[in-house]
Design a protein around this ligand. Structure first.
Ligand code: PMP
Length: 410
């Protein structure tokens, strides 16, 4: 196979520039490293995972088993999703977001991730800009760039509760701005916009004629009585220029089942369906029937998980804030704490002076076998994300190791 390629072919890169520019998902990479160390017998505590540590509820698993026995589910089904699931998602969107849509406005995707990718691919032309409140979930900028768009980071630090303001959004807007990304509760910060903040931002976007892509995947995970607000419903002035992203992963402990969806105007959903019909076709029918049992069923499982997450959230935030050099605002949603570690950078720790949060995270994993995701995965250096979706005992052990290594002079 050493035959020489024609000169014109050798000049070409092996991997396209477009795909070659994509970074590995840092969150999945940290998680994979922690899981590999654990498999090798190391007592690693993983704060990297973005998934509930609970099993999927039994009645959902039973629906999948039942579906697997039916030959009709062994066949291709409509690319946009099973009609009964699309109807249930439309009903659920009205129940939880207060947003009335027709099943034809629903596209069932292979996890929320495919919904993210396809939404940007469907709305963006090359050079179109997307306002991305930062810290952002690591997948958004890659999906925007893959679609030819330009992510424009709008940074909000801990002193403003990781919540962007209209003034900041306004300052970042240009003639090329097409979309505002709105994520509340947020991954990675756990920040939740109040109903008033949501309305203010949505009304500003509507007045600017922007589209809003809103990721509601953590809608059922809020604490301290803080409400979830759907920008689609809170701001009727947006008209139909809204795309809602969601999925079963976080609410029903179903990350491995890979079911998400897009809800939006019929023409956008039709165009996205055309894309999906060539890319992946229908999502696994078995997973779709499991998702049907989930979204058409009760919210008792997530309410139970929430009790555990709430307890762990408080333990984690208190434990982190006891460390000198760490400032961790209390998150009101999702299952992440986003700690400001700028006070630790440059300090001598284990014989090294970490200059960035990436170096600090590597040092922590190396010295005390605790996996955290550095802020570089979500925007600027100087922060670490810790998931509190893990057992109470592991959480306590992990926080104790951090305290011992980093010091608790407070
Ligand atoms: N949106 C956000 C904000 C997320 O945190 C995640 C999962 N990390 C997703 C979407 C996608 O979830 P999935 O693809 O597992 O459905």
């Amino acid at each position: 196979m050493s035959a020489e390629l024609p000169a014109v072919r050798t000049a070409q890169a092996r991997v396209s520039a477009r795909i070659g520019a994509i970074a590995e998902s840092a969150t999945l990479a940290v998680d994979a490293k922690a899981k590999a160390l654990k498999a090798a017998g190391r007592p690693v505590i993983g704060f990297g995972a973005g998934e509930p540590d609970f099993p999927t509820p039994d009645y959902i698993v039973a629906a999948a088993i039942e579906a697997a026995r039916q030959p009709k589910f062994h066949r291709y089904s409509p690319a946009a999703g099973l009609p009964e699931l699309k109807a249930a998602i439309a009903a659920k969107t009205l129940r939880d977001s207060g947003y009335a849509v027709d099943p034809a406005q629903v596209l069932v995707t292979n996890g929320g991730k495919q919904a993210v990718y396809q939404s940007f691919a469907t709305l963006l032309d090359p050079g179109d800009e997307v306002l991305v409140p930062t810290p952002f979930w690591t997948t958004y900028p890659e999906a925007i760039r893959l679609a030819g768009g330009v992510p424009v980071e709008v940074f909000a630090g801990p002193e403003q509760g990781y919540l962007v303001t209209v003034e900041q959004l306004e300052a970042a807007t240009t003639e090329r701005t097409k979309v505002l990304l709105f994520v509340s509760p947020s991954n990675p910060t756990g920040a939740v916009y109040s109903p008033e903040q949501t309305r203010e931002i949505g009304q500003w976007a509507a007045a600017k004629g922007l589209w809003v892509i809103t990721d509601e995947i953590y809608e059922h995970l809020t604490y301290d009585g803080v409400p979830f607000t759907s920008i689609a419903t809170a701001v009727p002035e947006l008209g139909d220029r809204v795309v809602i992203l969601n999925g079963v992963a976080k609410t029903y402990a179903m990350t491995g089942w890979r079911v998400g969806w897009m809800v939006g105007p019929a023409d956008v959903i039709k165009a996205a369906t055309n894309l999906q019909s060539h890319a992946t076709s229908n999502v696994s029918n078995i997973s779709q029937m499991a998702a049907l049992a989930a979204v058409a069923g009760p919210l008792t499982a997530v309410d139970e998980m929430k009790v555990a997450f709430d307890r762990r959230r408080k333990a984690m935030v208190a434990g982190l804030n006891a460390i000198e050099g760490i400032d961790c605002p209390t998150p009101h949603g999702a299952f992440y704490a986003y700690a400001d570690v700028r006070g630790l950078l440059g300090k001598e720790l284990g014989g090294i002076r970490p200059a960035t949060s990436a170096e600090l995270a590597a040092l922590i994993l190396d010295k005390v076998e605790v996996a955290v995701v550095p802020g570089e995965a979500f925007g600027p250096s100087g922060y670490i994300r810790l998931s509190y979706a893990l057992g109470d005992a592991d959480l306590a052990e992990g926080v104790a190791r951090l305290q011992e290594f980093l010091g608790t002079a407070k």
